[in-house]
Every structure is written in structure tokens, then in C-alpha cells.
Design a binder for this molecule. Structure first.
Ligand SMILES: C[S@@+](CC[C@H](N)C(=O)[O-])C[C@H]1O[C@@H](n2cnc3c(N)ncnc32)[C@H](O)[C@@H]1O
Length: 243
């Protein structure tokens, strides 16, 4: 396999998997902004629900779900993330599998899950419609799909706002907040309609769109990020229903 064959997500996260695992637990943007927003879209009662944590990273979400009685399967494309998740989730009865979400999830049977959860992963994937179609196949009728991605306004700003808003754009950025050696991550920016339409085309019914507002708890620990997110959302969180 050459570097170019490697899935983008793996190239991105193999640079700093352990540092990400350490930071994501407490980093205000995750712990006090993205996670509370995304979790608010899940069913209130998780006990007994079968949930796929798609792009589980080090397993923070999977652990949260399993400790509340959900039956969790987890996948991630980055081998170091899979190893970190296996360590974190040991003893919780969760299978963590290495897989690329851009490819068919053919080991998972139709209608297996009550919920597919995919936080902060899809920006690493160019074509979403096949991914959403696979998630649709493995979710039972009435089940839901919850995901978060970069907000299109913020991504537009971070990408330099040089190209056309309407076009999907591939761009790179050095990420702050993970130590002196900054990881350089590349991702796909897309418009709001390009986030929603592949979902609809794959058969999902959009149920709720959340542009998270910052909380007082966030203001207390990170006033700059609070001010930024009070002006424009950093992420967007979406719940869709499988009819
Ligand atoms: C920002 S981290 C988010 C981890 C976790 N969902 C969370 O919010 O704590 C992105 C994760 O997506 C994974 N990922 C990226 N592209 C992927 C793909 N095509 N298939 C599976 N996992 C992918 C990366 O390896 C990384 O662990």
C-alpha cells in the first residue's frame, strides 16, 4: 500500500492518535461543546439499544454509551485509534474493528442497529451518499443516525474562503492544541446543502439539526472559544430517522 492508498482519516490521525486520545477527554471544544450537543440528539434511554460508534477514535463515546447499558460495536480506520479504543473499552464487551467507513460494512447485517453514531468523522470522507446508504442498510426501521461535522460556515472560514462556497473543497490545516509538533490535517469542506442532500438521497428523514450554542460552562474555561461559537457555530449536529 502506498501513502496515497491510505484512507485520508488514517493519514490524518496516525500522526497524533495518543495525543488526540489524551486531549479529547477534556478539551473544551469536545467535552463542553461538541459532545453535549451530539449526545443531546440520542435517545434519552440508551439501555439495551444496539449502537454503532462509527469512527470511534479512542472510544470516549463508546465508553459513555456502554456504561449506560447500550450494546456497542465500534469501528475506526486508524490502527492506533483501534488499539487505544480496545484498551479503554476492555471489559465492556465491545468489539472494536478496524474498518474504512467509505467501504461497504458487509460484515454487519441489515437492520442490526437502533442507532448509528458518527461524531467528527465524515469530514475525512469525500463521498457521503454511499456511507449514508450503508448506515441506512444497517439501521432498523425507526432507528436513527446521529452525526456531527464541521459547520459549513466555520469550515469556509478555516479553508481561507478562497474557492467557491458551492464546491466541495479539499484543504489542510495545522491543528493547534495538541502540543508543539502540530498535526497537519486535511479534510473536505462542503456546503450546507451538500451535507443534507446525500442524507435525503440515501433514504433518511432529517429529524433535527442542531447548531450548538456555547454554554456558561464553556465560557468559564475557554472564553475565546465561547466568543467564537457565540458568533458562529463550530460544528453542526444532525439526527435523521430511518423510515
Ligand atoms: C476527530 S476523531 C473523532 C473520534 C470520535 N468519534 C470522537 O468524537 O471522540 C476522527 C476519527 O475518525 C476516524 N476516521 C476518519 N476517517 C475514517 C474512515 N474513513 N473510516 C473509519 N474511521 C475514520 C479517525 O481515525 C479518527 O479516529
Amino acid at each position: 500500500m502506498t501513502i496515497d492508498d491510505k484512507p485520508l482519516g488514517e493519514r490524518n490521525y496516525e500522526q497524533f492518535a495518543a495525543r488526540f486520545a489524551e486531549a479529547v477527554q477534556t478539551k473544551p471544544a469536545n467535552a463542553l461543546y461538541e459532545r453535549p450537543a451530539t449526545l443531546s440528539l440520542l435517545p434519552a434511554e440508551l439501555r439495551g439499544l444496539r449502537i454503532l460508534d462509527a469512527g470511534c477514535g479512542p472510544g470516549v463515546y463508546a465508553e459513555f454509551l456502554a456504561r449506560r447499558g447500550a450494546l456497542v460495536d465500534a469501528v475506526d480506520v486508524t490502527p492506533d485509534m483501534v488499539a487505544l479504543a480496545r484498551t479503554r473499552l476492555a471489559g465492556l464487551g465491545i468489539e472494536v474493528r478496524r474498518a474504512d467507513l467509505a467501504r461497504p460494512l458487509d460484515w454487519l447485517e441489515d437492520g442490526r442497529f437502533d442507532v448509528v453514531l458518527c461524531p467528527l468523522v465524515l469530514d475525512n470522507i469525500a463521498e457521503w451518499q454511499p456511507v449514508f446508504a450503508e448506515f441506512h442498510r444497517i439501521t432498523r426501521p425507526g432507528g436513527c443516525f446521529v452525526f456531527s461535522v464541521m459547520h459549513p460556515m466555520t469550515d469556509w472560514e478555516l479553508s481561507g474562503a478562497g474557492g467557491s462556497y458551492h464546491d466541495r473543497e479539499f484543504f489542510g490545516l495545522a491543528w493547534k492544541g495538541y502540543g508543539d509538533v502540530k498535526p497537519h490535517l486535511q479534510s473536505y469542506r462542503r456546503s450546507f446543502s451538500a451535507i443534507l442532500n446525500p442524507l435525503i438521497d440515501a433514504g433518511w428523514t432529517i429529524d433535527h439539526v442542531l447548531e450548538p450554542r456555547p454554554s456558561d460552562a464553556l465560557k468559564a474555561v475557554d472564553p475565546n472559544f465561547y466568543a467564537r461559537t457565540a458568533r458562529v457555530p463550530y460544528f453542526i449536529c444532525i439526527r435523521a430517522i430511518r423510515r
